[in-house]
Write a protein that binds this ligand. Sequence first.
Ligand code: 13P
Ligand code: SF4
Length: 326
Amino acid sequence: MATTRDFKAQVFEPLSGREPLSALQEEILALKRERNAVILAHNYQVEPIQRIADFLGDSLGLSYQAAEAKADVILFCGVHFMAETAKILSPQKTVILPDMEAGCSLADSCPAEKLRAYKEKNPNLYVVAYINCSAAVKALSDVICTSGNAHKIVTKVPEDREILFVPDQNLGSWVMKQSGRQMRLWPGSCYVHVLFSAQTLARLKKEFPGAPVVAHPECTAPVRDMADLVCSTEKMISFCRETSADTIIVATETGMIHRLQSEVPGKRFVAGPTATCACNDCRFMKLNTLEKVRDALKNLSPRIELPADTIEKAAPPIRRMLEWSR
Ligand code: 13P
Ligand code: SF4
């Protein structure tokens, strides 16, 4: 069996400068102008994609950007449920995703048919759905939330309604603890975040004394309990900027560290470890590459298409979130 001594901590030192953009990156930017496109990218994208994004952020920031986009085309560098959300918020726009296989284990853990059947048996539940779910699940929900606003959204649900929180049991249990509000939790989880290990994190804390830990709420309770701050990827930036520490341990997908390196200069970041590995990538997020981004802009494909009635039913719970979250 692997032990925690099997790997060295993955440490990201401050950047000393940046390479100029490559020919491929310049080609993408030219195509983007030609297509009148906007590039929205999630914090977990590979660094070369992060560098050419018009907006880089968490699911909440990206949703606001998608709702307000002026361009004809939204190129979404993230995973499928994020691009679907953009299409629901801007149905007249062409929304493209570099790789249609970029899914999400968490979204997959709550199929719409199962949720529909559960609601039929329990008709009075108020469904709060984490944005990491399909458009069909959003269409069955009362309000959507992200990791950045889950606490706020849950506290706005009328007191006399019992809440079913889908699909992430870890985010759900964290919100229950923060808010004191009891909820039924759907038994879903993110395959990446459940791998972070409290045992190896404890070793890392000894190796980097005084380094605070930031963790995503999709992590399990033992990891969250060791964190100085549990928050969305966007909030990690202000935390890392404001802390007096010069080294921070980051328990979320490794792509986040590229954003931190570029926006919080002069600090050192240590990737949060799993039980057997020094870092932790989401295989879905990493399916997007610069070549696929270029081809998607050239061909305006793969394109997100959704049935009109799904858009009609999924838009109100997302818009409710955007309103409650302001
Ligand atoms: P954020 O909204 O915090 O960026 O989280 C998105 C996600 O997919 C986490 O796994
Ligand atoms: Fe889904 Fe987890 Fe990947 Fe986020 S990190 S997209 S929740 S599988």
